[in-house]
Design a protein around this ligand. Structure first.
Ligand code: C6P
Length: 417
């Protein structure tokens, strides 16, 4: 499966009911009903292998990393650095020096904005994003524009929620220094042609950051095949822990960037006269890191690899198609985001019913969806709506979950007439 074509891959058989049994949290009842969890785009649940890996680490291995000669510190360091190597393999980076552990996608993008963008950008230079970005891929660039005098350019989307590629290419100019785009929109589900975007940006001499927060659980990512300069994602969307994420950066770029936070671990020597910095990737990891988070993330990567990302993506696509067809049969539902290539994110509104009320009604039925602007307010403005209801599917969702969603929506339809 190629880095960008995985969502359209053939569909091997997938036993979601068996997969579901790996996720103990899904066994509970909510409001007296079996839990139907359809909010994986916000945060995925953790399977037993992840919970056990974290428990094993916390029970037997925990100490601070990189600092002690004692056995536990060495065990923790091995676990942490071993996790880094597993991340490297998962996204096929060339070296562990290119894998920086961060808190999540948000921190990764801020790191690039502040450490790559801020020292280099000048008035008249441009950063190009798209109109479907999450706030995490808008605000850090607005901040760096305020700091440097650079200009933020925004490529438009159309009524289907697709990037208008021609306009994007027109907006790419010799002044464009950074292109920062989501691979998958969290509010619309749109899959962007990131390989094409990357190639076009490189042809103009711009550096490319891909926000992979919503792509990483649905597609095999090969950063070298994509050719991107930076790739950011969060562990918790990939069935791993919260508070851990990854910034992949090409070594040549990371090496030339200054550290963005100072403190322990990111230095080689400190004196009041002069401090020298550590090697990559530790130069960007000031302070005690989230060690058990990294261990859990690596376990999550092993877990999805074992299930097979193509199989997961195929299964989720089938659920998306079922749900999309079902929604079309309910009066007054409007699907927001009808791109040809979508990940398993389904945003919609129901006439006469605010999305928050819809979310509350569905919750009473045990169906967990997300409602709101999904940290993508410009998308809501574009579609002239305050919010959407959003159902999103993960590897553990079943056709029964889709049926429960549709039944709960039919009930809401009756309530709101
Ligand atoms: N989207 C959602 O419900 P963090 O919070 O750093 O793990 O991820 C931020 C982020 C960045 N980019 C995209 C495309 C995202 O979807 C997210 C997180 C969640 O859609 C929370 S708003």
């Amino acid at each position: 499966m190629s880095a960008t074509a995985s969502l359209a891959a053939p569909r091997p058989a997938f036993d979601a009911a068996r997969v579901r049994r790996d996720f103990p949290i899904l066994e509970q009842r909510v409001n007296g009903r079996p839990l139907v969890y359809l909010d994986s785009a916000a945060s995925g649940q953790r399977p037993l292998p992840v919970l056990r890996a974290v428990e094993r680490y916390e029970t037997h291995c925990h100490a601070n990393v990189h600092r002690g000669v004692h056995a536990l510190s060495q065990a923790a360091t091995e676990a942490f650095e071993g996790a880094r190597e597993r991340v490297r393999r998962f996204i096929n980076a060339a070296s562990v020096r290119e894998i920086v552990f961060v808190r999540g996608t948000t921190e990764a993008i801020n790191l690039v904005a502040q450490s790559f963008g801020r020292p280099r950008l000048a008035p008249g230079e441009e950063i190009l994003i798209t109109a479907l970005e999450h706030h995490a891929n808008i605000v850090p660039w607005q901040m760096v524009c305020e700091q440097t005098g650079a200009t933020l350019k925004v490529a438009p989307i159309d009524r289907r929620g697709e990037l208008v590629l021609d306009r994007f290419l027109e907006l790419l100019s010799p002044r464009t220094r950074v292109v920062a785009v989501a691979q998958v929109s969290n509010a619309l589900g749109t899959v962007l042609p990131v390989k094409q975007i990357t190639d076009a940006a490189h042809a103009r001499g711009a550096v490319v950051l891909i926000d992979g927060a919503q792509a990483i659980p649905h597609s095999r990512i090969d950063v070298r095949e994509l050719g991107c300069d930076f790739y950011a994602f969060s562990g918790h969307k990939l069935y791993g822990p919260t508070g851990i994420g990854v910034l992949y950066g090409r070594e040549e770029l990371l090496a030339a960037m200054p550290p963005w936070q100072g403190g322990g671990d990111m230095i080689r020597t400190v004196s009041f006269e002069k401090t020298t910095y550590n090697d990559l990737p530790w130069k960007f990891e000031a302070g005690t890191p989230n060690i058990s988070g990294a261990v859990g993330l690596a376990a999550a990567m092993d877990y999805v690899k074992d299930l097979g990302l193509a199989a997961i993506a195929g299964h989720e696509q089938r659920l998306l198609e079922l749900a999309t067809a079902g929604l079309a049969r309910i009066a007054g539902i409007r699907i927001i985001g009808t791109a040809v290539r979508k990940a398993s994110v389904l945003s919609f509104t129901m006439e006469g019913c605010h999305p928050h009320d819809l979310g509350t009604i569905l919750d009473a039925e045990g169906v967990a969806i997300r409602t709101g602007h999904h940290c993508a307010m410009p998308v809501m403005t574009f579609f002239d709506i305050p919010a959407t209801a959003r159902a999103s599917f993960g590897c553990y969702n079943t056709e029964e979950d889709v049926e429960a969603l549709l039944a709960a929506l039919a009930k809401a339809r009756e309530v709101f007439g």
